[in-house]
Write a protein that binds this ligand. Structure first.
Ligand code: SF4
Length: 564
């Protein structure tokens, strides 16, 4: 790396903390967990080193002026596998490498010369022009690929480094970006897809979400966090942003004296060591939400553990401190004021929290939620969705945390016609329980960590279950991961499938899944149980799930959900 590290705010976090922050303790004799607040600024692993060497945000200049002009081979390895994430870029998996090689090969042997590019879609909010632009970029630069992620983003594949500056130019011309879409940064901020229009809304979190974005995203004060930082804001009583598994989440509640505001949750996260977030017991008015967000991300930056990557998420600090201490530090060192106590959110009435179907808005128009298969669309389809939205009088499209989409603001008299037009694109407004409830991560097709295929497997599983169980209409979630990480939230699904190699009946190693059963969020949050020894091969998957669902359907009592 030829570029000397610039002096940025995050290289001296004391400059960015609130003035009244207490004096820091002196660095101890032991290196501890690598917390900056304890004086431990010496990098304790390679990731901390490359972040100290140069801010990830600075890689953009090199992409624009060097790498895009000289090609893939000119990319500095520390940028290629590190800082490029700060701009939403990951190398994708080289085609033809099977899942058995994932843990065996060196990272560079898994790298393709093309990239995945994640477009951040904060709050899942897209205009017609924005969606059309993503669709065009997909067709022109990404071989037509496009996936709606379970964090409301849209991911493209097959991106060449030469095309990245032009892609940014087009995205930014319509108000989109890839800034901090990946990396040890504040990632996309989840928001209710029906914010501002839902008839049952407690409070519209949009102004807070926009202000958080303005203050935090791309701000060097927060661009060197111990690991990724996931945030969410929703004032919907449907609890539609998986608040339980975010680093910080603001959930709409009605305070008996103070009115509508937000309940604060911290420390949720999945991956290989899942934790549900905890409530701080604090009620926050909407105008204070950005301050609290900044305070929590500031705590993470200053007190977060940086020694081991697998202990660096905020959930580990929250577990060690507990909610009471966390709230105290937040108030005393970052907010410099006390937050009011407040109530917990009520449980939602509906098991589905995805807004699929046709729903009346608070202004008398309608929104239409529809379901691709496991979030997979393509550039041409995105462009057609934009065209449909426009021709039915809408300029507002939304993505959801269930890999689904919505078109807002449809006049009542045109809803049926739009639903038919969407169905003609294989985007179902009244999907089967299986299409509605199945999600899949990126998997072996593009992800370098994957062990098994996921997207195509999920799509064929949906088709197979629809054929075998045409009458089944209970809410059920089937989440498929390609490896032990939990990008598709397997621990929170009724049926969670963790990709791994398993032994088939003939004793051969083959693609399959470890089964987790009975996880859920919202109604009765909890993680699914790993069924001891229960692993199924990919080929056995439809038979296995059919058996489980038939058994449930045959024995269920009135009102019993699958997960109960
Ligand atoms: Fe890749 Fe594993 Fe995440 Fe799937 S769960 S996208 S295979 S890291």
């Amino acid at each position: 790396m030829a570029t000397p590290p610039p002096r940025t705010a995050q290289s001296d976090p004391q400059r960015t903390r609130r003035d009244a922050a207490p004096p820091r303790r002196k660095a101890g004799r032991h290196r501890g967990e690598g917390q900056w607040a304890a004086g431990h600024f010496t990098p304790l692993n390679g990731n901390e080193q490359f972040k100290k060497d140069d801010d990830g945000l600075n890689v953009r200049t090199r992409i624009e002026t060097i790498y895009s002009k000289r090609g893939f081979d000119s990319i500095d390895p520390a940028d290629l596998r590190g800082r490029m994430r700060w701009w939403g870029l990951y190398t994708q998996r080289r085609p033809g490498i099977d899942g058995g090689k994932t843990a065996v090969l060196e990272p560079h042997e898994l790298d393709d010369t093309h990239f995945m590019l994640r477009v951040r879609v904060d709050g899942g909010r897209l205009s017609v022009a924005q969606l059309r632009t993503i669709g065009e970029i997909s067709q022109e630069f990404a071989r037509g690929t496009a996936d709606i992620t379970d964090r409301q983003n849209i991911q493209l594949h097959w991106i060449r480094i030469e095309d990245v500056p032009e892609i940014w130019r087009r995205l930014e011309a319509v108000g989109l970006s890839t800034t901090e879409a990946c990396g040890d940064t504040p990632r996309v901020i989840l928001g209710s897809p029906v914010a501002g229009i839902a008839a049952d809304e407690i409070i519209d979190g949009t102004p807070a979400l926009e202000e958080i974005h303005r203050r935090v995203i791309g701000n060097p004060a927060y661009s060197n966090l111990p690991r990724k930082f996931k945030g969410a804001v929703s004032g919907s009583p449907q609890l539609d942003v998986v608040h339980e598994i975010n680093d910080v989440a603001f959930v709409g509640v009605e305070h008996p004296e103070l009115g509508p505001g937000f309940d604060v949750w911290v420390g949720g996260g999945l991956s290989t060591n899942p934790k549900l977030g905890v409530r701080l017991g604090a009620w926050v008015p909407i105008e204070d939400v950005p301050d609290v967000f900044e305070g929590v991300v500031g705590i993470f930056r200053d007190y977060g553990y940086r020694r081991l990557r697998n202990r660096a998420r905020l959930k580990f600090l929250v577990t060690d401190w507990g909610a009471e201490k966390f709230r105290q530090v937040l108030q005393d060192e970052y907010l410099l004021r006390t937050m009011a106590d407040g109530p917990a959110p009520e449980l939602p009435a509906d098991s589905w929290r995805d807004h699929i179907g046709v729903h009346r808005q608070n202004d008398g128009r309608y929104y239409v939620g529809f379901s691709p298969r496991v979030g997979r669309v393509d550039g041409a389809t995105l462009a057609k969705i934009a065209e449909l939205a426009e021709s039915y009088g809408s300029d507002r499209i939304r993505t959801t945390v269930q890999q689904k989409m919505l078109i807002l603001d449809v006049p009542e008299g045109r809803v049926a016609e739009l639903s038919e037009a969407l169905a003609a694109l294989d985007l179902q407004v009244e999907p089967s329980a299986f299409r509605r409830g199945t999600m899949a991560c990126t998997g072996l097709e593009f992800c370098k960590l994957a062990i098994v295929e996921t997207k195509a497997r999920g799509a064929s599983l949906i088709d197979e279950l629809e054929r075998r169980l045409p009458e089944f209409d209970e809410p059920v979630t089937i989440n498929i991961n390609g490896c032990p990480n939990s990008c598709a939230r397997i621990q929170t699904a009724d049926i969670g499938l963790k990709g791994q190699l398993v032994t088939d009946a003939d004793g051969n190693q083959t693609e399959g899944y470890q089964v987790h059963l009975g996880g859920s969020l919202g109604l009765e949050p909890g993680f699914g149980r790993k069924v001891r020894g229960l692993k199924v091969t990919s080929a056995e998957l439809p038979d296995y799930i059919e058996r489980v669902l038939r058994r449930f359907a045959g024995s269920r009592t009135e009102g019993e959900r699958f997960a109960a």
